[in-house]
Design a binder for this molecule. Structure first.
Ligand SMILES: [Ca+2]
Length: 307
């Protein structure tokens, strides 16, 4: 059974004033979600994309209000990328969570009144299954851990637990912080809350096991966002930057920065898109996928060491 886990550290105050409201909302939410899982549809998007390497768009910070600033990576490993494949991605998706599981992508999207959970065909971008969250929930990170699909919400202190095959709602749990990103290392859930702290939770009862503080050469790295566990490391989008950080799960130390700002120029000119957000890893195929909010494309990339 799921527990109401409001006590994993001193930041518990964020939820307490909302608890009664949250319970009321949950009753409504559970009803709506059970209806929603039966109402999924297959929504065709577009076919596979070919990457036009000869005419990448020119993107300026002014044009898209994106933060294109470089991070000082002196003294820490720096990587850039090579594009291996390009796939379609719903340009209306405000991406908050991304997972690859048994041949399909799973995506969680955000915003009040527009938050969803999706199962997607990688090559075509077709949405095979979709839940809409009740409008009072702002969807955040997702992960699949021990055959349960978990979706966080931003300020509601509530996580949803689904069957990954049917999207049937199995239960909910609470946490005393904001909900940003979540991933799974096989043994624990790993959750971010927008600070530099990553919390390791028991995947059965959602109690806190331990936590780490993400630091690069002693400096706290805040705004740790969407997460992915990749071959013994935690990869994390750093909010409002074009970078992903590689983090030691044992110490929280940053072992490298991945500069993905160069992906923006492949998204097309004159098109609305928002920040880089969304990392998924195919363990069997050793494939790393990244995308962003309102991005029309999802990229399979390989890392290239710069220094
Ligand atoms: Ca992820």
């Amino acid at each position: 059974m799921f527990v109401h886990n409001d006590s994993f550290d001193g930041r518990a105050g964020i939820c307490k004033s909302r608890r009664i409201t949250v319970r009321k909302i949950l009753v409504t939410a559970l009803t709506v979600l059970f209806v929603a899982v039966d109402a999924f549809s297959i929504i065709p998007l577009r076919g596979p994309l070919a990457l036009d390497r000869s005419h990448p768009g020119v993107v300026t910070a002014d044009e898209h209000s994106l933060n294109l600033e470089a991070v000082d990576t002196t003294g820490t490993a720096l990587y850039t990328f090579r594009i291996v494949n390009v796939y379609p991605h719903d340009p209306e998706a405000f991406t908050q969570g991304l997972v690859f599981h048994r041949g399909y992508l799973y995506e969680g999207t955000g915003l009040y009144g527009a938050s969803t959970l999706r199962k997607i065909e990688l090559k075509t971008g077709k949405i095979r299954k979709m839940n809409r969250l009740p409008e009072e929930f702002f969807g955040e990170g997702i992960t699949i851990c021990r055959n349960r699909l978990i979706q966080l919400t931003w300020l509601s202190c509530t996580g949803f637990v689904y069957d990954p095959q049917s999207f049937r709602l199995l239960g909910t749990f609470t946490y005393p912080t904001e909900g940003w990103g979540i991933t799974c290392d096989g043994n624990h859930l790993i959750m971010s809350d927008g600070t530099s702290i990553l919390r390791f939770l028991d995947p059965q009862n959602f109690t806190l096991v331990r936590q780490i503080d993400v630091r690069d050469r002693g400096k706290q790295i805040i705004h740790i966002n969407e997460l992915e566990y990749v071959r013994g490391e935690i990869y994390a989008n750093v909010w409002d930057t074009g970078y992903v950080v590689r983090i030691s799960p044992k110490t929280g130390e940053v072992s490298g920065w991945i500069d993905l700002r160069g992906l923006y120029r492949y998204l097309g000119r004159g098109r609305k898109f928002d920040i880089l957000n969304g990392i998924a890893y195919d363990v069997r195929g050793d494939r790393l996928f990244v995308t962003g909010k309102y991005w029309p494309k999802l990229f399979e990339i390989k890392l290239q060491r710069v220094h």
